[in-house]
Design a protein around this ligand. Structure first.
Ligand code: FUL
Length: 483
């Protein structure tokens, strides 16, 4: 009897071990290096949004007001924030950041800490609040709203003293608590020196590294707007791209070591533009550029960038794994000018046409290696339209090749690749090959991929595309599109 039970026992045990081994779960890779937090992930997914520069400069034809402008000159004849929001939305942009106060110190909201604001202007008989009108319009049109509050203030008599920091923070609190959800706070690194400063009309120099005490200012943002991203030349959440021409590096690591950086530090443009492969923080790039060449504010007869130029900017910002912040400045009426609207429409059309028909959707896909031979990490995850699944290799394989068979000869102009960055940015180099007459030719080579990489090809004819990847750790590719 005892013997019978023991044999049966043994049989069940072996059966269970067998079942367990065949169903053994293949685990996802561990994170590699710094990774984005949830706020940064949501920010990456916005990809592109608008900057709106508007203040007394719009009426004085200046780019940097001295600080002695009379509030009386701020008098837009027909300001319509909904016209801004509607056109920005229709251009496919996802948010709007408003210059609530530029370097001249004039406040677009009736701040209780200064008289230098809309409340002493003819706009809406001194009862207006541009920040409120714009944030309301954004909500109505489904755009996120962000604020720019210039640290440098050429109007304030206190500028350069510790009292000014109290003033600056009070204004920040007003903006963060009175206008609904704020998705981004933009801290400018510019500090030019001379200004009105309450009538002193002199040059005031501050120490960029210490004067603003950014750590404690950022704490205010964290308390009042916990999901807001903080932008400055040097993070902490998003960094500047190092230029105002509209491009992120061909190599663009979203990682950088920020320990010795601070807003306004000079000589770090290239570092900011490319990031650092082994940087210790996740701090991706935002590319800020204006629709008017070299002008942030509206000026009569300003040239407007063509849809084609805007498309190139898109390719070198969003297409290089950065977010694009495109400045669209309203004119003296308080409206986005029709020339700008036409450029935005043309740009949207170019994007829609370029990315209309994703050939990878119905294609057959395979990879030379798949993590644990598991469906969970199979090549097909890169074309299933689900950003949460990805193709991965085993931990000990840092390179891999994925092949997309288009079944017949197609014309291919763009290839989009996205890494599953929630587990870190990994791809160091890639090459793209196209199959023609049973021969594989290399048609493009590049370095980093990151959140998104868009590769432009010479309208090649091919029936299959092969992407070879070399990474710092096992590569994780969540999306491939072919157009
Ligand atoms: C710069 C400023 O000096 C420009 O006027 C503009 O606001 C640009 C976005 O940032 O630092």
């Amino acid at each position: 009897m005892i013997k019978f039970f023991t044999d049966l026992h043994l049989f069940y045990c072996l059966l269970m071990i067998g079942l367990f081994t065949s169903c053994k779960e293949v685990l996802p890779p561990a994170a590699f290096g710094p990774v984005p937090n949830e706020n940064q992930m949501a920010w990456h997914e916005l990809e592109q949004y608008a900057f709106v520069h508007f203040t007394t400069n719009t009426f004085t034809d200046k780019e940097w007001g001295y600080g002695d402008e009379q509030p009386a000159i701020f008098n837009p004849s027909s300001l319509d924030a909904e016209q801004w929001a509607k056109n920005i939305k229709e251009a496919g942009l996802k948010a709007l950041i408003l210059t609530c106060k530029h370097h001249d110190g004039f406040c677009l909201w009736p701040s209780k800490y200064t008289e230098h604001s809309v409340k002493n202007s003819p706009f809406r008989d001194g009862k207006g609040d541009v920040v409120k009108e714009v944030s309301d319009a954004c909500r109505k049109y489904g755009l996120k709203f962000g604020i720019y509050l210039s640290p440098w203030d050429r109007n304030s008599a206190q500028y350069g003293t510790p009292e000014y920091i109290i003033y600056y923070r009070n204004q920040l609190r007003e903006l963060l608590s009175g206008y609904g959800d704020i998705f981004e706070v933009w801290f400018d690194g510019a500090n030019g020196g001379d200004g009105f400063y309450g009538g002193a009309r002199e040059t005031r120099r501050i120490d960029n590294e210490t004067y603003y005490d950014w750590t404690n200012t950022c704490t205010i943002v964290r308390e009042l707007a916990p999901t807001a991203m903080i932008f400055s030349d040097a993070g902490p959440d998003i960094r500047w791209c190092g230029n105002e021409s509209g491009f992120a590096g061909e190599t663009n690591w979203s990682t950088i070591s920020m320990d010795t950086l601070f807003p306004g530090k000079s000589g770090i443009e290239k570092l900011l533009n490319q990031g650092e492969e082994n940087g210790n923080s996740w701090c991706p790039i935002e590319v800020d550029v204006s629709i008017h060449p070299w002008k942030w504010f509206y000026h009569e007869n300003s040239k407007v960038k063509t849809p084609e130029t805007l498309f190139n900017i898109y390719m070198e910002s969003v297409g290089h794994g950065a977010n694009l912040l495109l400045n669209i400045p309203p004119d003296r009426r308080g409206l986005i000018h029709d020339n700008d609207i036409q450029a935005l429409k043309g740009w949207k059309k170019l994007r829609d046409e370029a990315f209309a028909d994703n050939l990878a959707k119905n294609a057959t896909i395979k990879a030379d290696t798949e993590r644990g031979n598991s469906n969970k990490f199979a090549a097909k995850n890169a074309v299933n339209g689900d950003k949460n699944t990805y193709w991965a290799t085993d931990d000990d394989k840092t390179s891999g090749t994925i092949e997309i068979d288009l079944a017949e000869l197609k014309t291919v102009k763009y290839i989009v690749i996205q890494e599953y960055i929630r587990l870190g940015q990994r791809v160091k180099t890639f090459s793209i090959e196209a199959r023609r007459d049973n021969r594989w030719d290399t048609v493009a080579e590049g370095t980093t991929v990151g959140y998104k990489r868009i590769i432009s090809l010479d309208s090649i004819k091919t029936n299959a595309v092969r992407i070879k990847i070399d990474a710092k750790a096992c590569p994780l590719i969540s999306n491939i599109e072919i157009y």
